[in-house]
Write a protein that binds this ligand. Structure first.
Ligand SMILES: *Cc1c(COP(=O)(O)O)cnc(C)c1O
Length: 378
């Protein structure tokens, strides 16, 4: 058996086997109720990286009783499908929300089940995405020439066996109007043994192929993960990352900066930081939106621009991603814009001078006054 398959088949899926969980029988009985609603999976590689109760890796994958709070609380605003993905599916498992790109869910299994998952409603339950469903998804893309970008998601597309993945990628690549294929995956960071020379040989046939991987904490970047990402980068795949802002895991400027630096070191370009979605059972992970803006302020200008991702809220109900930026415009009008830099210092940038319909040459006097338009605020 391949090493990664062994790690998967040795996964923790039961309360009795969870690491660092109180011995109390009563607690465990209650935790079983959580797991009945929201399944557990921690593959044995990821399990081996968990060092302590409540460490940042533990928090991401070990269930707690708080997950049922949203279900008990009648006033909770959290819902099972916060982005209304099911409402934007012209055919099953394919979300067509933006004009030129679609998201195709190829399975519902992951190398670890994240407790904060936006698709908590469907991940890790028995059942598969059937061949027929996939065929219809690919056919939809065939029939919609406006689709030039597909994101394979799930679940995790890299848990699909090599042969099947090769077939799916091959069928997508045969669609003439499809320009790029993206794979959204947490495999390289949570089950790096899955990245094998055989897998890379398959992937490299389908360029331009992009990866968006999922990393939330610097401790996830182990020597094994580094090896996997190097192999992918050497295969010629541009690597990006997505991070979910999580209370108690990465809502700290030092942690976030270290994560961004470590990602750049393994040739991953940080792409998005997500405000946590309003998924039922995940309220205890949510931070104030202000926190995300603070984290971006702490990165922007203070470190390589390459290491500063976009901070986004995926609009509840299915409006798509909205990018949020800390305020950098102090004031603006037709003549000038007053901006604030990363140190809080204020600068003025004069707008191009509006020329009258009949182009006229400025007199010396007028030129001088144009230079004076821009005045620093007192
Ligand atoms: C995030 C997402 C995309 C891709 O968005 P980009 O901003 O292009 O990365 C496409 N479709 C859906 C449904 C998405 O959620």
């Amino acid at each position: 058996m391949q090493e990664w398959k062994k790690h998967l088949s040795d996964s923790v899926v039961k309360v009795e086997d969870l690491p660092f969980v109180p011995e109390s029988l009563e607690y465990r009985e209650r935790l079983k109720k959580v797991v009945d609603v929201f399944p557990v999976r921690i593959n044995s590689y990821f399990l081996s990286q968990i060092k302590n109760e409540n460490d940042p890796l533990w928090k991401q994958v070990v269930p707690t009783l708080e997950e049922l709070d949203d279900i008990i609380d009648e006033e909770s605003l959290l819902v099972s499908d916060p982005l209304n993905e099911e409402g934007d599916m012209p055919v099953p498992e394919l979300v067509h929300r933006y004009p030129d790109r679609v998201l195709l869910m190829v399975n519902n299994q992951c190398p670890v089940i994240c407790r904060f998952c936006t698709r908590k409603r469907k991940i890790g339950f028995p059942g598969v995405v059937s061949r027929e469903t996939l065929r219809r998804g690919i056919e939809y893309i065939h029939n919609h020439s406006e689709v030039r970008d597909v994101i394979l998601s799930g679940g995790d597309p890299l848990l699909v066996p090599d042969k099947e993945l090769d077939r799916i990628l091959g069928e997508l690549r045969s669609i003439p109007h499809l320009e790029i294929i993206r794979i959204g995956t947490r495999v390289p960071g949570t089950l790096p043994q899955r990245v094998t020379p055989e897998l890379c040989d398959i992937l490299k046939k389908y360029h331009p192929l992009y990866f968006n991987m999922h990393f939330n904490h610097p401790d996830e970047i182990t020597p094994e993960v580094e090896r996997a990402c190097n192999m992918l980068a050497d295969t010629g795949i541009p690597l990006g990352s997505q991070t979910v802002l999580l209370k108690g895991v990465n809502d700290d400027p030092k942690v976030m900066k270290e994560l961004m630096h470590k990602l750049l070191m393994i040739r991953i370009k940080p792409y998005y930081i997500y405000q946590a979605d309003m998924a039922l059972g995940t309220d205890h992970f949510r931070t104030d939106v202000q926190k995300g803006l603070e984290l971006i302020s702490d990165l922007q200008g203070h470190t390589s621009g390459m290491g500063v991702p976009y901070f986004v809220i995926d609009a509840p109900g299915g409006g798509g991603k909205v990018r949020l930026l800390p305020d950098t415009i102090v004031e603006h009008n037709e003549k000038e814009i007053i901006i604030k830099n990363y140190e809080g210092k204020v600068f003025c940038y004069p707008q191009p001078i509006k020329k009258s319909a009949k182009m006229k040459v400025l007199t010396t006097e007028e030129t001088v006054s144009a230079e004076n338009i821009c005045q620093m605020p007192a």
